[in-house]
Design a protein around this ligand. Structure first.
Ligand code: XMP
Length: 223
């Protein structure tokens, strides 16, 4: 399974319905600050409880000293399997402490290596070699790389082989097509509005899965 649905733009009831409907069909779900601020951590626990086998990712874009990132992670840790943090804060006194804390809870760390929006070229991409150093030192479970710039996904895969999972947002609303990031080497595509803003989100998710399979068939000869 290769699809992670970002449920931020859904209301509570919609999120409950969609995550239940898609529970057996997708790899997981991602929640960010808009969803958590609107619905609370307790509600996330409820959603997770209804579909506990999937990969639940807290995308709080953590970028702070280790102590604070651990505090934030501790408030969602029991309801998720993985936490996303920015790579640019560096390892010592920051990501090392977060990683150790998540390890102790058997949770995964995902580090952003670049972002999908155009402004990522202004700063993030220039720091890519430094962020890659962070990934080498830290050995996180996964990294986020942009579906909108497949060359960065390819470079990430070339640099780390299969040692790291690559999660790619930027599909649909931000321009990439389903399957493009997978063809460039990503393990999962993160899709939000293309699904959540569709008239029929379940049907839209099915269509994304179909397009992914079709693209993979063409680029990798998968059946
Ligand atoms: P859409 O609606 O654009 O939502 O499909 C995408 C989801 O993914 C998040 N996002 C990112 N997260 N690096 C990240 O760590 C990125 O480059 C990036 N681009 C989008 C966004 O928060 C939304 O939940």
């Amino acid at each position: 399974l290769t699809l992670i649905v970002a449920i931020d733009s859904l209301g509570a009831e919609e999120a409950k319905g969609l995550t239940r409907s898609l529970c057996t069909r997708v790899a997981g779900f991602k929640v960010g600050l808009p969803f958590l601020l609107a619905n609370g951590v307790q509600f996330l626990k409820e959603l997770h409880g209804a579909c506990p086998e999937k990969l639940w990712v807290a995308d709080l874009k953590l970028a702070d000293i280790g102590h604070v990132m651990k505090l934030v992670a501790s408030s969602v840790a029991s309801s998720v399997d993985a936490v996303i943090a920015h790579g640019f804060v560096g390892v010592r006194g920051a990501l090392d402490e977060l990683k150790e804390y998540l390890n102790s809870l058997d949770k995964k760390l995902i580090v952003v290596v670049s972002m999908s929006h155009p402004g990522a070229e202004e700063v993030y991409d220039k720091a890519l070699p430094n962020i890659f150093d962070v990934v080498v030192k830290l050995k996180p479970w996964g990294v986020v790389a942009p579906a909108t710039r497949p060359a960065i996904i390819q470079e990430t895969r070339r640099s780390f082989g299969q040692d790291v999972k690559i999660l790619s947002p930027g599909i649909g609303a931000q321009g990439a097509r389903p399957g493009e990031a997978l063809c460039a080497g990503a393990d999962y595509e993160i899709v939000g509005r293309l699904i959540t803003r569709a008239e029929n989100p379940v049907a839209s998710a099915e269509e994304v899965l179909r397009e992914q399979r079709e693209m993979l068939r063409r680029c990798k000869g998968w059946r």
